[in-house]
Write a protein that binds this ligand. Sequence first.
Ligand SMILES: [Zn+2]
Length: 235
Amino acid sequence: MNILAIGCHPDDLEIGCFGTLAKYIKQGHKVSVCHVANGNMGHVEIMPEELRVMRFNEAEAAARVIGADHYAIDIPDIHVTAHNDQLVYDLSRVMRKTQPDLLITHYEQDYMNDHIQTFYSAFRASFAASIPHFHGNEAGPSVPVGPIYHMDTVAGVGFIPTEYVDISEEIDLKLEALSCHKSQIQWMRDHDGIDFLDFVRTCSRVRGYQCGAQYAEGFRPNLNYLRLTAKRLLP
Ligand SMILES: [Zn+2]
């Protein structure tokens, strides 16, 4: 399968689903990751333009840790909106290039608007990418409308998983990828008073307790028409 995971900020997929993505890759599937916001405002001291470049490189390194292809859209933080037609074009171009059998993205009730808008943008783009006349055909063949899985919210707030993936063997790789986001380890400490790596390990442990695994990630399928399938798609 081809799996495309679309996250908002350069570290969101690492937090929500990198264990699962690493597991897919181990099983021989092809995984691409794409972040929508450039993360340029996620620091107290580093100025946006410098941080934007730094965070792209951090995400690139994190993708390399698990062996995923890395794509990025360059929307400034706090400015992600699904009404941005150019963003939908850009995401549909990534979809036509990667031809996903499955899309993983945020849950529509996550904690901040940029995350929610990333879901709506991906939802809109994944339908648009199936339309041959949308933005011409220069970006590759159209993609059938397919299944979407929502990854966990930050800290699991308001999110009841309906499916779990055991990531006990991938937790170290997940945390290694996360630790590529050095700017965020400092930002989370300064802005939120959080030990980032401990936070993510603990959330994965809690999801593990819920399903009888040591560490796990939780998901919910998107239940709209054309998104449903009789197959188990998660690894
Ligand atoms: Zn985020």
